[in-house]
Write a protein that binds this ligand. Structure first.
Ligand SMILES: [Zn+2]
Length: 255
């Protein structure tokens, strides 16, 4: 499987999964049909299906106009409101979307929205706006408890799992991470690496679970430096990783 990224809107990525030795292509989160159609034509790819992670406009607005160009099935979370959906999904293993692709696992990861799902193709995870490189999505429909549980679920995936998220937010997230953990040398190293990548106009993704466990404060709510920083922000003792997570999320919202 070959993975393509199409930059769209302000800082979104539309991900394409192209089958091995074939033009068949799955489209993930088409927030804008224009760059998508242009890219498919240019690369001579054949659309097989659209897969949606959650209901926000910058992930779904291209669906209807795209379907006028090419009619394909639309998969998406059954608990979010998605236009033109043909296959509503919630957590399951080994769904066969197209015979040219290996089966996909659907993972329920509510929190950013109440119905958010992720698609896992072997070691490749497409997780929309739930887990970002060095950050996580805001609470726009689900609860902090849900988002914390969803991030915990993703953090337990194999460490080599590649993270393909919905936005290029890595540099801003690392700035926050370095304030939470000024003594984390892996965050400092990552800031330098990502700055060099972005300077060349390249994308900072995919990340990996291993990198996120090292650099993402939202996956490190049980680490003493993260707890201490969150307590300073909250102005009191935080008695559980969930409380630390809530404080971090609030802090990042106003950072
Ligand atoms: Zn979103």
């Amino acid at each position: 499987m070959k993975i393509h990224a199409i930059p769209a809107l302000k800082d979104n990525y539309i991900w394409l999964l192209q089958a091995e030795n074939s033009a068949r292509t799955l489209i993930i989160d088409p927030g804008d049909e224009k760059p998508l159609i242009q890219y498919l034509k240019q690369q001579q790819l054949e659309p097989a299906a659209i897969l949606i992670t959650h209901q926000h406009y910058d992930h779904v607005d291209g669906i209807r106009p795209f379907l006028k160009y090419c009619s394909v099935p639309v998969y998406g979370p059954k608990n979010d409101l998605i236009p033109a959906i043909t296959h509503p999904l919630s957590g399951m293993d080994k769904l066969l979307i197209d015979s040219e692709f290996s089966p996909v696992s659907i993972i329920d990861i509510p929190g950013h929205t109440s119905g958010h799902i992720a698609y896992q193709f072997a070691e490749n995870l497409f997780c929309g706006d739930t887990l970002f490189a060095s950050g996580c999505g805001r609470l726009l429909g689900g609860t902090a408890e849900q988002l914390f549980d969803s991030l915990t679920k993703l953090s337990l995936l194999p460490s080599g799992t590649k993270i393909y998220c919905g936005h290029e937010y890595t540099q801003a997230n690392l700035r926050f991470a370095s304030v939470v953990e000024p003594n984390n040398t892996q965050i400092q190293q990552r800031i330098i690496e990502v700055a060099a990548i972005r300077k060349q106009g390249k994308m900072s993704l995919p990340s990996t679970i291993e990198l996120e466990l090292a650099c993402n404060p939202f996956l490190r709510c049980d680490q003493i430096d993260v707890i201490t920083a969150a307590q300073q922000f909250a102005g009191g003792t935080l008695s559980s990783p969930l409380q630390v997570f809530k404080a971090l999320r609030l802090w990042k919202d106003t950072f």
